[in-house]
Write a protein that binds this ligand. Structure first.
Ligand SMILES: [Zn+2]
Length: 422
């Protein structure tokens, strides 16, 4: 009720104001005082450009690109434009860059386009003032260090985003975005898994960490808790290698013809290089869990750099390749760790099911934590250091249970569609 009253009132005021404006622009001897008044706003180049942008945006497209965010696919783009210059992975999606076309195209796991970005040079003429003048106030303004993003909602809930560079104060690029198609990107699971060995206090603090890391991972494209919403899961093993449990686990995985992902500590890699080789040569992923297993968020920049570089070097010295996936000890992560990991070429992959094989160790409980909680895309955390006898016992049961539930067990490279090695 009140809302519609206010709307009517606003309309009334607006009409009166525009009437005044109209009166002002009547030819009188006062006019023109400035050159701006010589050209009606409607015809200015920026205004024409914005008209054109809006006309195409309504069709889910950017100017001069034949693809839209309603029903185009990346396959269509590739068949018309050929191979992109490069493709960047983000959580759950990918962005293909076509430099010559001044276009970047975002697509989801199913190849459906959800974002078309245009970097045409005409856009640089558009300032915030000109845009607001023409399009009015946006639905949302998002600010960050580099740019200010103006979001306008169009029909069928798609969005037109104008990205203003904070440096130049003009449009850097525009984006047509379909949030429904992009949703595959937002598939972030709650972390599951329980143990009867935790005190109330420990359980509460674990719950708090799980909630915090979930929101952290949604804000950082290079931090993963799980894979996409498909009937696939990954088995991961931390803290090895050792000379008994890790070889036993490799053997079980090989027997079942299942690929696992190992997060090894640099210090252990140097101690048991033969086991590392065995894991790698059997086709399992050999990934980084840092060098010494310390809380990285408590370290200064240089120490974090050394922890990551040391582990990378150790693994490279044994298998000849440097990993591109890091799991931080205890899942402990912050902005500094993410940025150093990025500089050294790592994505950070944590987990969405904790089997708690380090707390309530009985094989039965490990299996239960998987079977009762498993969802599409889960990343399952286990350990392969030398006291994990129950983990070794549980593993065949876990694999059999997952396969019975029709889950495909894959390594992290396959699950997340990211590189395992640099
Ligand atoms: Zn660990």
């Amino acid at each position: 009720m009140y809302a519609s009253l206010i709307l009517v009132l606003l309309l009334l005021i607006f009409t009166i104001l525009s009437a005044c404006d109209a009166n002002k622009s009547l030819p009188t001897e006062d006019l023109p005082q400035s050159s701006i008044d010589l050209y009606p706003k409607e015809d200015s180049p920026s205004s024409i450009e914005l008209d054109r942008i809006m006309k195409w945006a309504d069709k889910g497209m950017v100017v001069h690109s034949p693809f839209n965010v309603f029903d185009s696919s990346i396959q269509q783009v590739k068949s018309e434009w050929g191979k992109p210059d490069h493709v960047d992975q983000v959580a759950g999606g990918s962005y293909a860059t076509y430099s010559e076309k001044q276009t970047v195209i975002g697509f989801n796991q199913d190849g459906e386009i959800y974002d078309v970005r245009s970097y045409g040079p005409n856009l640089h003429e558009l300032t915030i003032e000109k845009v607001e003048d023409k399009l009015g106030q946006p639905k949302d303004i998002r600010l960050n260090d580099q740019d200010s993003i103006y979001v306008y909602e169009l029909k069928q809930q798609i969005e037109l985003k104008l990205i203003f560079s904070n440096k130049t104060k003009s449009v850097d690029h525009i984006s047509i975005y379909n949030p429904v198609r992009a949703e595959a990107e937002q598939y972030v699971l709650d972390i599951k898994g329980n143990s009867n060995q935790l005190t109330d206090k420990a359980w509460k603090s674990m719950q708090a960490w799980r909630a915090q890391i979930k929101s952290f991972s949604t804000e950082h494209q290079s931090v993963y808790l799980n894979g996409p919403n498909k009937k696939r899961v990954a088995l991961t093993f931390d803290d090895g290698p050792d000379d008994t449990i890790t070889p036993a686990i490799i053997h079980i995985l090989n027997d079942y013809n299942v690929k696992g992902s190992f997060f090894f500590l640099g210090s252990n890699v140097m101690r048991y290089p033969e086991v590392v080789k065995q894991a790698y040569e059997s086709g399992h992923l050999v990934l980084s869990h840092s060098y010494n297993h310390v809380e990285l968020t408590k370290l200064g920049k240089v120490d974090v750099e050394n922890e990551l570089a040391g582990a990378g070097k150790a693994i490279q010295s044994v298998v000849g390749r440097k990993p591109a996936i890091l799991r931080t000890p205890y899942g402990d992560t912050n902005n500094q760790v993410v940025s150093i990991a990025g500089e050294q070429g790592y994505s950070i992959v944590l987990w969405s099911i904790d089997t708690l094989d380090w707390s309530q160790r009985e094989a039965e409980n490990i299996v239960k934590n998987v079977v009762e909680n498993v969802r599409n895309g889960d990343i399952i955390l286990m350990h392969s250091d030398s006291d994990k006898i129950e983990t070794e016992k549980a593993l065949p049961l876990v694999i059999e249970a997952l396969e019975k539930m029709n889950f495909e067990i894959v390594d992290l490279e396959t699950l997340l569609n990211i590189k395992a090695y640099q």
